[in-house]
Ligand binder design. Structure first.
Ligand code: PHE
Length: 342
């Protein structure tokens, strides 16, 4: 029995532990309840009385040697593998945050436009992207075979030329006026389609926000007031605004709105092509024919409408010079907008 203790002592001195598995084998053999040392303790009662004292001392010595060696191997192994986790977890350290996505620049600009109009009482209306001729053109006072229909480079569905991909979100104005009673105060964000060759400056789909305000006694003054307010909220208090006469079949009179260039403040730069002004939106008083087409009496109600391209505003705001970037979903492009919406 004493020889056994001696042999184990020698084994403990000679043994080397190189891996977690070996450490576990060591633990099973010398430390666990079913270890060889445990077995020796069980044998204790069979030791003759005169040897009990010495055997007990030897056994306790063997036990502490085993524990010492075990601790030594634990530390050694952790240092070798660089894994000090069990010894030194600092629970107060801040975590590495997960990589979050960023909002798309089109959504950032659309949300900003929406929130400006919501604060002055406009609601958000939505409608279908696949539309019939009536809601996209006829009800909006585009005469049959009028060149304005071609002006918009429409995608027609081959099987049914009465069905188109909407070329603007004005279809939602018609659906709103057909289905509800005035007054109307809504904006219509959404995707629109035009049959254009894809390039840095044109794409076959893009996004718009249109607006419609119909009530009793609405005049051009209300249109200007609303759009002045929008321009200053969107582009800054110093922004100057000018209107140029224009033409749309569904508004009369019609005007395009320019703002003083928010990059150079009006002195001339690359973004405004040295003119000091950038074109932002189309607008006008709703043509009486459009109101009639929706069973609204133009003698009683008048209104104004406006529409703007979201990509155009995003390109100006972030100085993006290629329209295709918006739909390619390259994370190197998109990740630049992290935090831009706050
Ligand atoms: N629907 C027009 C377009 O797509 C924009 C617009 C809307 C113009 C309302 C005037 C009034 O170009």
């Amino acid at each position: 029995m004493f020889e056994k203790v001696e042999a184990y002592k020698q084994e403990l001195k000679d043994i080397a532990v190189k891996s977690a598995e070996e450490l576990e084998q060591f633990r099973m053999k010398f430390i666990s309840r079913k270890s060889v040392i445990g077995d020796l303790f069980n044998d204790f009662k069979r030791v003759p009385n005169e040897h009990k004292k010495r055997f007990g001392q030897e056994l306790n010595h063997l036990k502490s040697l085993a524990q010492e060696r075990f601790q030594h191997f634990v530390v050694e192994l952790e240092q070798n593998t660089g894994n000090q986790a069990s010894q030194s977890i600092d629970l107060t350290l801040p975590v590495q945050p997960d990589q979050l996505g960023s909002r798309h620049p089109i959504s950032i600009v659309a949300n900003k436009i929406i929130s400006i109009f919501e604060r002055i009482g406009f609601s958000v209306a939505e409608g279908p992207e696949v539309e019939d001729d009536w809601h996209n053109f006829s009800a909006l006072n585009f005469p049959e075979n009028h060149p304005a229909r071609e002006m918009q480079d429409t995608f027609f569905i081959t099987k049914n030329p009465d069905t188109v991909l909407r070329t603007h979100t004005s279809n939602v104005q018609i659906r709103l006026m057909e289905n509800q009673k005035p007054p109307f105060r809504s904006i219509m964000p959404g995707r629109v389609y035009r049959n254009e060759a894809i390039s840095a400056r044109a794409h076959c789909f893009f996004h718009q926000v249109e607006g419609l305000y119909v009530d009793k006694n609405v005049g051009f003054k209300n249109l200007k007031d609303t759009l002045y307010h929008f321009a200053k909220e969107m582009f800054g208090k110093e922004t100057k605004v000018r209107f140029r006469p224009s033409f749309f079949p569904f508004t009369e009179p019609s005007a395009e709105m320019d703002i003083s260039c928010f990059i150079c403040g009006g002195s001339g730069c690359k973004v405004c092509k040295q003119t000091g002004w950038v074109e932002i939106l189309g607008s006008g008083m709703v043509d009486p024919n459009v109101l009639k087409n929706c069973d609204i009496d133009p003698e009683e109600y008048t209104g104004f409408a406006f529409g703007m391209g979201i990509e155009r505003i995003a390109m100006l705001k972030y100085q993006i010079d290629d329209l295709r970037l918006f739909s390619e979903n390259d994370v190197r492009f998109l990740s630049q907008f992290t935090g831009a919406d706050t």
